[in-house]
Design a protein around this ligand. Structure first.
Ligand code: GLU
Length: 561
């Protein structure tokens, strides 16, 4: 077969050669070992946790090596573009600190724009480039056309291809039959091609597979190590009849020209790796390094791991926003499961930015990305406990403006008070860990606000007149100018005067000699003032509430006895 002639017939409009294209995409001027990574989604408007998981890897590897992290929009399947989906993806990832250097960006007008010298970054705009490489493969006898008539094509498009394949059971016979069909497709003459073209018949372009499915090809995945996968023996389609390639061919051409050094993608692509290696080899491209990230798993009610489906809670990044997780917390969680030594590093360096951590491919596990809400909550409590009162204020306010308007107005009405509340137990070596999510802030601080105050606990196990007597004495002697020592001395005094032991050691030596201890008296005051048996430091709480509220609450508790 005269392949030159075949290539000219099929791609008469293509005048450039791969060498011409290569000139437009010179090697990137980057430090040695700099990694170029990308995220290559088909945006749907649904931002999946798995996407964030993957992009954190790409972002870290690129940026900590002085490389480039870019966003390529993969829109080669015929589905209609979803308005605003790419914008949503970019803003959601940016919210979690994942920012792209190049590729699709949001322009000043809010529309998607493109930045960088290695574009177009949207596959549907790269048709002419793919065709140059496709023509070259035909010219070298590595790809060939398969014609159909328009009627056949329409009929083909009308059936649900996936359903058809699924319903046919895979048998040896079928494999054999497919192989024969494939070999038959390879058999054609230039005259037939000419006739088809004259007739205006559409064609798809298929790669001429050279592999043997019985043999294995060695592939390296940087997370999974050395793998042996069956060689590609299928003549996969590399250009559809509309001239646009399916994923495989586009991946090879784009990642080559855009200078990707590390392809980080979902594990569903692992099985196609031999095909991709074959394509890179046919095209004469250096293969990038591959990393296939595991699917996101969750725990079911029985604690068993299961694949997190799109409908499950926690699959969409919107879930985390709604539930009130700060982006820093989710990111911290993902880093913890991405690198096995991250948690230890964080324990040693509680205050360093996560970008100081040396992210390492070697420390990535292939056991999967597990979303475990209990662990996320723990990590989130740690992260929030290290924030400043000001950060807590802004985070809680921003979330509440959207999801809890009453609380947002309370926070806005008296910022000083809110800051004083959020400062309690903050800043020391062992900061308080009272909440892990913005949605947990109001329940925790509600007793500070008269409008939300709803007592949860009562004092149990003591005589009403003893409680009343202690509380009345406390109210009578309360002086908001007392310092913490004077304040506590008064509680001790009240204890002693009412038959409660003022000294804990003494009390423990002979509890039956007293009605209770100074701790019990403190808890009378605590429950009266906060409505809870547990609260942050009571002295500080009273200072924030002010004398009037403190005394009103004590009075109302006495009356309720
Ligand atoms: N568009 C592909 C996907 O969303 C990209 C895979 C890749 O990163 O190469 O799965």
């Amino acid at each position: 077969m005269d392949f030159e002639k075949l290539a000219e017939l099929l791609f008469a409009d293509v005048h450039e050669t791969p060498a011409d294209i290569e000139k437009k995409y010179p090697p990137r001027d980057l430090p040695q070992d700099a990694k170029v990574t990308r995220f290559a989604p088909s945006p749907t408007g649904f931002v999946h946790l798995g996407g964030l998981y993957q992009t954190i890897v790409g972002e870290r590897l690129a940026h900590q090596s002085g490389g480039v992290f870019y966003l390529r929009i993969e829109d080669t399947d015929d589905k209609r573009e979803i308005k605003g989906a790419a914008q949503k993806l970019i803003t959601t990832l940016a919210h979690y600190g994942v920012n792209f250097d190049e590729g699709a960006v949001i322009g000043d007008d809010g529309e998607i724009a493109y930045k960088g010298e290695y574009g177009p970054y949207k596959q549907s705009e790269r048709g002419p480039i793919y065709r140059v490489y496709a023509k070259d493969l035909v010219r070298r006898g590595l790809a060939y056309p398969v014609f159909t008539t328009r009627d056949e094509l329409e009929a083909l498009n009308a059936v649900d291809k996936k359903a058809e394949v699924k319903s046919r059971e895979w048998t040896e016979d079928l494999a054999e039959q497919q192989k024969e069909e494939m070999l038959a497709r390879r058999n054609f003459t230039i005259e037939e091609v000419e006739a088809h073209l004259k007739n205006g018949d559409p064609f798809v372009l298929r790669i001429l597979a050279s592999g043997d499915g019985e043999r294995k090809v060695k592939c390296t995945d940087l997370i999974r190590g050395e793998l042996e996968l069956p060689e590609n023996d299928r003549d996969e389609i590399i250009l559809k009849s509309n001239g646009i390639p399916p994923y495989h061919f586009a991946h090879a051409v784009d990642d080559h020209l855009m200078g990707t050094t590390h392809v980080i993608r979902g594990e569903e692509w692992l099985a196609s790796l031999p095909l991709h290696l074959q394509l890179f080899s046919y095209l004469g491209f250096k293969t990038p390094k591959y990393m296939h990230t595991a699917q996101v798993m969750s725990l079911d009610a029985n604690g068993n791991k299961k694949k997190l489906s799109k409908r499950d809670m926690g699959a969409s990044m919107d879930d985390y926003t709604r539930l009130g997780y700060a982006p820093e917390c989710v990111r911290e969680y993902l880093l913890t499961i991405l690198n096995s030594n991250y948690e230890e590093w964080r324990a040693k360096n509680p205050d360093l930015p996560y970008t100081d951590f040396q992210f390492s491919i070697k420390k990535m596990s292939n056991s999967g990305c597990l979303i475990d809400f209990e662990k996320l909550e723990d990590i989130s409590k740690n992260v929030l406990s290290r924030m400043t009162a000001g950060q807590i204020y802004s985070g809680a306010l921003e979330w509440s403006r959207e999801y809890d308007k009453d609380f947002a107005s309370a926070l806005e009405k008296d910022k000083e008070k809110a800051l004083a509340i959020f400062s309690i137990g903050r800043g020391g070596k062992k900061p308080r860990k009272d909440f892990g999510r913005w949605s947990e802030v109001r329940p925790f601080v509600s007793f500070f606000y008269d409008e939300f105050f709803a007592p949860e606990d009562r004092i149990e196990g003591f005589a009403a007149e003893d409680i009343a007597s202690c509380l009345s004495a406390f109210a009578a002697g309360y002086d908001e100018n007392d310092d913490q020592n004077a304040w506590f001395d008064k509680i001790k005094q009240i204890a002693a005067q009412n038959g409660f032991c003022p000294d804990m050691k003494q009390y423990k030596a002979d509890p039956s000699a007293y009605k209770g201890s100074v701790a019990d008296v403190s808890s009378f005051v605590r429950v009266a003032v906060t409505g809870r048996l547990n609260s942050p430091d009571l002295f500080t709480v009273m200072n924030i509430l002010g004398k009037q509220t403190t005394l009103e609450r004590i009075d109302s508790y006495i009356r309720s006895l």
